[in-house]
Structure formats: structure tokens, C-alpha cells
Design a protein around this ligand. Structure first.
Ligand SMILES: Cc1cc2nc3c(=O)[nH]c(=O)nc-3n(C[C@H](O)[C@H](O)[C@H](O)COP(=O)(O)OP(=O)(O)OC[C@H]3O[C@@H](n4cnc5c(N)ncnc54)[C@H](O)[C@@H]3O)c2cc1C
Length: 384
């Protein structure tokens, strides 16, 4: 699968820069049509530990806190997730539901309910009493309400990226790893992509650099920040309450406190993760590697308040990162006279969307309309 040895120049139809979340999906969606020679380039090894896709699980949901506008893209992504599962023979999306717990009238809850109404999404609504009897893992106040998105659930991010790269390679994509792209520029009617080893000439490029995006494209520096994002896991006293058959993925808001997480996937811990609290950084290399002991203790005690069965000591934790735009709307932009598609700024909610975004990339390189592409995804709209 990996072509490592000779650094000979390559002619292709399409180059995909970055084989993390969006790049792996774009590579797969382009390769599966088998009409274009496509090359993917990744600076690290394949499915490495430095990207925004790491951390065991991601939450999938279609009744969307961020607004109803994303629902068509989410429903399309859901279908393509199932296609990748069929291609790879792996379960990538555990459709155990995603439970939103909040309060009537809150913008996130209202967006969830509006998504359900507008798109007739399968769901269940709970008052506080019903929440307590159906989901005793959660401790909730008397004014809480819950909405279970039945299309929601947990995703396996590392397995998903791995599966997309494998399927792309099986469909003829060339995959180059441990090779950093240094420059992308227009040349004649195509693009020249210069890596640390070679030159790749192609008709089009798709650039999906995640938190590294500001490095190749200085215009993105004006619209993207690199945001450190923590993850924490806790051990329950009763693991059987937190297995995928009993415990949906969840997002909870209570005043300033925000937790999200997924059922136990490792057989001993549950991911219960707080709101981001580190300041944004100028470059991905500056993402802090640590969380202070005081902060971990504070998170642990809050987690136990919300989930009384949890031991308050995080059994493991890590700090990740993602590129954010100010309004969390991604940048999907055709630049360099329509030769380069930039996919960036997925702002902490992009994983679930990735196969849909990959399909947009496949439409772009095939000169097709993308019905799911909104005009405010463009870089110009972000710069306004
Ligand atoms: C802790 C955390 C929790 C999250 N939770 C959720 C969730 O529950 N649900 C959800 O939908 N989303 C979630 N997200 C968001 C989602 O994971 C990200 O939006 C998504 O993974 C971003 O994908 P990306 O392709 O932009 O970046 P990445 O996946 O990081 O991919 C970028 C790739 O480009 C490569 N690259 C960069 N520069 C170069 C270069 N010059 N040459 C070659 N390769 C290069 C990188 O090495 C990397 O592999 C979460 C994110 C984090 C960090």
C-alpha cells in the first residue's frame, strides 16, 4: 500500500494533500470512480497519532446543535459511512443513538428539535423523570429534557481513516506516506505539488491539512485558529451501565458546564469529556501536551456530579487539536482558478461529516455540481 522507496516525479490527475480525516475520505471517494489517477500524500505514517481524528471515538448525530443547515450533508454522510462499512467489512458507526440533554429554549436544543421537525428524523423526547428512569447513568435536574437522535451514535475514527485509505488503495490510488508537501502552485492548466522528495504534476489538488492548513496557505491564517481539545476517560463502578447497548453517545449542557462522550468501547472506561478550556495557539506545534492536576481534578469532580457512578480520577486523558473558524462553519473553497479545493476549519464537529465532504471533493475533481456545498463555505465568505 505504501510507496516509499524511489522519489521519482509523478504525473497524476489529482493530488490529495493530507491523509487524515477529510483527505482519506476524499482519496477514497475519488479513487472508487476509477476514472482518474489519484495520489494521496501524508506527512506522517498512515493513521498516525498526531491528527484531529485521534482519540478512540467520535460522536455522530443528525439532529444538529450547530443548525439545521447541516442535516442534508449529515444524512448523505450517514449513507456513505454505511458504504465504507460495507467496503471494509468493519463496523465504523455504532448506531446506539445520541442523547442531547439540556433545557427547553436553549439554542442547541432548539436546533436539535428543528432538525427533527424539518427532516422528520427518528427520535425520542424525554422529560427529567423519563430521563432518570431510562438513563440512570445521568444525574439530571428537574428542568432537564432529553432528545435521543436515533440515527446518532459513536464512530471509530482511527478505524475509519484506515478503512478509507485501504479502500482508496484497493481502488487504485497511490498512497505516499512520511512525505511532507512543501508547496502547491498553479502551472499551465494544472498544479504542481512539491514534496520534500519529488514533484507531482496534476490537473487538480485537494488540500486537507487539518490544523496544519495555515502553513501552506497563508490566507487561511486570517480565518483559522488552532484549538487544543482535551479528552478524558473515567472508570465506572458498574461498567454494564455504560456499554453500547445501554448508554448512547451524549452531549450535555448545564449552564457553563458541557460534557460529551460515548459508551465504553475498551471494556473498562467511559469517555466523558469537558468543554475546551485551553487558549487557541498560533501553530499546531504549540498545542500543549498536558492538563494540570488541578484541572483534571475539577473535571473529575464535575464528571462525577453529572454521572454519579464514575470514579472521579480520569483513568486516561489526552490533548488533541482541530482548526476552528469563528462561526464553526468549515472552509470548502475552490481556489487557484478552480484547480485546488481546500477543505479546512472543521471546528470540532467535522468527523461525522467527512464522507460527505469527501464526496464533494470527488464531485469537484469531476467537474460536477455539489448540491451540498453552501456558498458561505468559501474562503471569501469567511474573509468578509
Ligand atoms: C478531541 C476531539 C474531539 C472531537 N469530537 C468530534 C465528534 O465527536 N464528532 C465530530 O464529528 N467531530 C469531532 N471532532 C472534530 C473532527 O475530529 C475534526 O473536525 C476532523 O478530524 C478534522 O479533520 P481534518 O482532515 O481537517 O484534519 P486531520 O484529520 O488532522 O487531517 C489532516 C492531515 O493532513 C496531514 N498534513 C498536514 N500538512 C501536511 C503536509 N504539508 N503534507 C502532507 N500531509 C500533511 C496531517 O498529518 C493529517 O494527517 C473532534 C476533534 C477533536 C480533536
Amino acid at each position: 500500500m505504501t510507496e516509499q522507496s524511489e522519489a521519482s516525479d509523478i504525473d497524476a490527475d489529482v493530488v490529495v494533500v493530507g491523509l487524515g480525516t477529510m483527505g482519506s475520505m476524499a482519496l477514497w471517494r475519488i479513487a472508487r470512480r476509477r476514472n482518474l489517477r489519484v495520489v494521496g500524500v501524508e506527512q506522517y505514517g498512515l493513521v498516525h497519532s498526531h491528527g484531529s481524528f485521534t482519540g478512540e471515538s467520535r460522536v455522530f448525530r443528525t439532529a444538529y446543535h450547530e443548525g439545521t443547515r447541516y442535516v442534508p450533508l449529515l444524512l448523505s454522510a450517514r449513507d456513505i459511512w454505511h458504504e465504507l462499512e460495507a467496503d471494509s467489512g468493519r463496523q465504523l458507526l455504532l448506531e446506539v443513538g445520541t442523547l442531547t440533554i439540556g433545557h427547553a429554549g436553549e439554542p442547541a436544543v432548539e436546533n436539535v428539535l428543528a432538525s427533527i421537525r424539518e427532516y422528520e428524523l427518528p427520535h425520542q423526547v424525554f422529560d427529567a423523570k423519563e430521563l432518570r428512569s431510562s438513563y440512570p447513568q445521568h444525574s439530571v435536574g428537574d428542568d432537564a429534557m432529553g432528545v435521543l437522535d436515533l440515527y446518532g451514535g459513536g464512530m471509530r475514527p482511527e478505524l475509519s481513516v484506515f478503512s478509507a485509505i485501504e479502500s482508496a488503495a484497493a481502488n487504485g490510488a497511490t498512497v505516499l506516506d512520511h512525505e511532507t508537501v512543501l508547496n502547491v502552485e498553479a502551472d499551465g492548466s494544472g498544479v504542481v505539488v512539491t514534496t520534500e522528495r519529488r514533484v507531482i504534476r496534476a490537473k487538480r489538488a485537494v488540500i486537507a491539512q487539518g490544523s496544519w492548513a495555515r502553513r501552506l496557505n497563508p490566507d487561511l491564517a486570517a480565518v483559522l485558529t488552532v484549538q487544543p481539545l482535551p479528552l478524558t476517560w473515567f472508570m465506572p463502578h458498574h461498567l454494564e451501565l455504560f456499554t453500547p447497548d445501554r448508554f448512547p453517545a451524549f452531549i450535555r449542557d448545564e449552564g457553563p458546564v458541557h460534557f460529551f462522550g460515548a459508551p465504553s468501547l475498551d471494556g473498562y472506561s467511559v469517555k466523558v469529556t469537558p468543554r475546551r478550556f485551553h487558549d487557541p495557539v498560533a501553530d499546531v506545534d504549540e498545542v500543549p501536551k498536558t492538563i494540570s492536576a488541578e484541572k483534571l481534578s475539577e473535571i473529575g469532580h464535575l464528571a462525577q456530579e453529572f454521572f454519579p457512578d464514575l470514579n472521579p480520577e480520569p483513568v486516561h486523558w489526552s490533548v488533541h487539536h482541530d482548526a476552528f473558524t469563528a462561526d464553526k462553519v468549515p472552509v470548502i473553497d475552490a481556489g487557484l482558478d478552480g484547480r485546488v479545493l481546500t477543505l479546512a476549519g472543521f471546528s470540532g464537529h467535522g468527523f461525522k461529516l467527512a464522507p460527505g465532504v469527501g464526496e464533494i471533493a470527488a464531485q469537484f475533481v469531476n467537474d460536477e455540481e455539489s448540491p451540498l456545498l453552501a456558498s458561505d463555505y468559501s474562503l471569501a465568505a469567511h474573509l468578509r
